[in-house]
Design a protein around this ligand. Structure first.
Ligand code: KG4
Ligand code: ZN
Length: 332
């Protein structure tokens, strides 16, 4: 099946065409530079920029895939969670294309789509699976007894891991988004600062707001003392605190559910240290390990097309009367 996926939940407008699990074209128009000056995503600006980007992107994705619009069998667009104005642009466009081409349409959950990025391969993961989905907006641990069933085991009670990384990067003067910059700088530093563990002991939940505040307070204290920030050591310490917390809860979840497969997904899963430590954990537990290539960890539309295809095969098409849902939870 030839599937068109559209993604517009936050600050990336993306379109992709896949042929079953194979990516034919995967194009992204990033709004990063526009939002950078504000230190975060401005929702109204994001929605307007999606509108401007979408049409050229659709032309680019069909040209790159060498596909006429009429050859598309299924259209999928992100339904939620995300920024409502941003979601509406890609979702309305997807429904309009489906209506015009008289083809089926599926509304996709963005967090599920991050997990389905692992299925864009010839050897997809085999359930039962334990999956850590970790991005700028989400930090969730899921158990998947079968493909398409998502049991939430644990979640963040406040900030997402990516939010904590991005705000920490901001106080280090690294700009937005902070993840790649923190990772690069951390490689030149050592873990010199003891920071709070971002987990809720005795549960599979996370809490990143304490770590975020501790980093901000530490940087202010050092600055007030007239000291130059040891930025590489701070980056290494932040990365270590985030990755250790994520891995310890992933370990507890994988052990409790005896899942034969461990999976990572979401933008923070692009982090090399997290990938290495999760691979080592899977090795230790004798589990298979899957993580998408870094470019498919951050927001993209190939994962949306893949999630939509699985959804369509299990549940059939959605009605064109379906609306977006900014607070959509996986499995709903
Ligand atoms: O999945 P994503 O692209 O968007 C959301 O759905 O939120 O995730 C973006 C998040 C940002 O917080 C960004 O700083 C983080 O992923 N990120 C990273 C890395 N690359 C992106 N965090 C740590 N290390 C990275 N290499
Ligand atoms: Zn995302």
């Amino acid at each position: 099946m030839i599937v068109l996926g559209l993604e517009s939940s936050c600050d990336e407008t993306a379109a992709a065409i896949i042929d079953n699990g194979r990516i034919l074209a995967n194009v992204i128009s990033s709004q990063l530079d526009a939002h950078k000056v504000f230190g975060g995503v401005v929702p109204e600006l994001a929605a307007r920029m999606h509108l401007e980007a979408l049409h050229p992107l659709l032309r680019a994705v069909t040209a790159e895939a060498g596909i006429e619009p009429g050859a598309i069998d299924l259209i999928c667009a992100t339904r939620g969670p995300g920024l409502i104005g941003a979601l509406l642009i890609g979702f309305a466009a997807g429904k309009a294309i489906a209506w015009a081409l008289d083809k089926p349409f599926v509304g996709v959950n963005h967090v599920e789509a991050h997990m389905y990025a692992n299925f864009l391969t010839e050897t997809p993961p085999k359930p039962p699976l334990t999956c850590l989905t970790v991005s700028g907006g989400h930090t969730d641990l899921f158990f998947l007894p079968t493909v398409g069933r998502f049991e939430l085991l644990g979640s963040t009670r406040d900030d997402a891991a990516g939010e904590c990384i991005d705000k920490s990067a901001r106080v280090l003067g690294l700009g937005y988004p902070g993840g790649p910059a923190i990772e690069k700088l951390a490689a030149q530093g050592r873990v010199a600062f003891k920071l709070p563990r971002p987990v809720i002991e005795g549960s599979l939940d996370f809490s990143f707001s304490g770590l975020k505040t501790a980093v901000i307070n530490l940087c202010h204290r050092l600055t007030q003392q007239g000291l130059e920030l040891p930025r590489a050591d701070l980056a290494a310490s932040i990365q270590e605190a985030v990755v250790s917390g994520l891995i310890s809860q992933l370990r507890a979840a994988a052990v409790a559910h005896q899942a034969g497969t461990i999976m990572l997904s979401g933008g923070v899963a692009a982090n090399g240290q997290l990938r290495n430590r999760a691979a080592a954990l899977a090795d230790e537990l004798g589990a298979a390990f899957h993580v998408p290539p870094a470019a498919l960890c951050t927001d993209n539309a190939a994962m949306v097309a893949c999630a939509g295809l699985y959804h369509y095969e299990m549940h059939g098409p959605d009605s064109l009367g379906l609306g977006v849902d900014p607070g959509l939870r996986p499995g709903k």
